[in-house]
Ligand binder design. Sequence first.
Ligand code: UT7
Length: 339
Amino acid sequence: MIANVSGNHIAVGLTGLGFYAPERVLTNEDLAAMVDTSDEWITTRTGIKERRIAEPEQAASDLALPAARRALEQAGVTAEELDLVVVATATPDMLFPATAAILADELGATRAAAYDLLAGCTGFVYALSQVYGAVAAGLSRRALIVGAEVLSKITNWQDRSTCILFGDGAGAAVVQPITAGGIVGFELGADGSGGLDLCVPAGGSRRPVSPDVLEQELQFIKMNGAEVFRFATRVMVSSAEELLAACDATVEDVDLYVPHQANKRIVDHVVRNLGLDPEKVLMNIDRYGNTSSASIPICLAEAQADGLLQEGTRVLISAVGAGLTWGSVYLTWTTRGEE
Ligand code: UT7
């Protein structure tokens, strides 16, 4: 689906950002002591140097909570004022209840509807589009979206083709009506025919956990890396191009490009193909690895802390992930809440 929403009656923006990354750092050297790999291979093939790993007792909501509190504080919104909480995650605390409901309770968001959304690494962009719709339609006035992942718990630490990629973290944003600017458009899609190229085969209703599942290690991430790589480079380019065209914009209009931090080589390829100035590209994969739905809000929160998000900054965001899904959003940065 694709839409230029700039003509809509209610302008919608991100009025507060926050993120949290667990303290424990796992370096490439640490991984080289666990599987047959090297810092050199991981760095040149992915751009990753280190990633954060949650403590055994930490679940997705534990990472989401501090990120959400920071976003609320920055927006000047209290938890009681929230009417909607959406958590994008592929690693919920439990299959149900939703991590969003657990988070809303911990925050004290007693007036909010709360649900989880599953779109893999595209989860934050999907959540933003859903919440955009709710706010633009007048259904929600103060919403919170969080991308939160504890991928280390579904990673096979003996599989060198996946364990080097992923990290844990959470990023949050408050979404509200604003006076002007804000979200200009979305482009989203899914191609379920490639779903098995990036999946956790068991633990759902198709293959419930059993001794057999555990023996075959089907409770962990399985990935056809080369296929996902090809898919990602293709759709991140086409999604951005189609969205910019729908928004009557070109790559020259983009001040800041925030790509999902999947692999530096994927991003380099996309940037080259789009003809984007590499100076405008945000990367932090070297420090966090691929944190799935958390990667974009963590990037945004860091960009803001670095002064890269000013009133009027035009931001292009693109993501790709399990589903397979993809999505882009184009927005003009402004935090001026509605008067
Ligand atoms: O958000 C979406 C989530 N997923 C992704 O973004 C993943 C997209 N895919 C990728 O990022 C890349 O495909 C990987 C980083 C996963 C793999 O990189 P690649 O350049 O596609 O490597 P490859 O799978 O083609 O493997 C090349 C070689 C193989 O050895 P042979 O068969 O050529 O002898 C692998 O066995 O590299 C080997 N290899 C490794 N060697 C050292 C695979 N993983 C490792 C490793 N260390 N960790």
